[in-house]
Design a protein around this ligand. Sequence first.
Ligand code: ZN
Length: 54
Amino acid sequence: MPAKDATTCNYCQSLRDKLARAEQERDASAALDCRVLLTRHEGQGHPLAPQTES
Ligand SMILES: [Zn+2]
């Protein structure tokens, strides 16, 4: 669980929504994906568009 949840944006919210749904469905790989994306996105200071690395 994150200690604080002060900073958020639409992309964060959509990821958290996805994460919650994945956890409800016990979809571990989807939940992990969401966590990775969310962590990266927050680490980048909430860029407006999702950053994808290939
Ligand atoms: Zn964000």
